[in-house]
Design a binder for this molecule. Structure first.
Ligand SMILES: [Zn+2]
Length: 117
């Protein structure tokens, strides 16, 4: 059984919000994570022993949707620590280009297709 953060987040919500710097920032601004980090530089949120990337937690709570295994949550602002849900979008790995990986946005209305698998 997969761990569904949505079922457990209510008791951790205060802790989550305390680590997001929204002070003097508008809804268009980036909201930086001030908590611990994962090895790759994403924000780390620990819930009941589950180490989760904070931007994935934010996306899931904000959209109230599960993130299909093979999809990524990326930032339109390219600020890895940003927690503004408006700056987050879903993407899939499209192809590799030299050393880099090219991602393609997955529209949220298209999520059903991934779920059906
Ligand atoms: Zn941002």
């Amino acid at each position: 059984m997969k761990y569904d953060i949505r079922k457990h987040i209510s008791k951790h919500m205060d802790r989550l919000m305390r680590s997001i710097d929204k002070e003097n920032r508008s809804s268009d601004d980036c909201w930086p994570w001030t908590g611990p980090l994962m090895a790759r530089g994403s924000g780390l949120f620990n819930v009941d022993g589950h180490r989760m990337a904070v931007h994935r937690v934010i996306w899931t709570i904000d959209r109230d949707q599960w993130i299909p295994e093979e999809l990524f949550v990326l930032h339109t602002c390219e600020n890895k620590l940003c927690c503004n849900p408006e700056h987050l979008y879903l993407a899939r790995r499209a192809y590799t280009h030299g050393e880099g990986i090219i991602y393609k946005e997955v529209p949220e209305w298209d999520l059903r297709r991934y779920r059906a698998k």
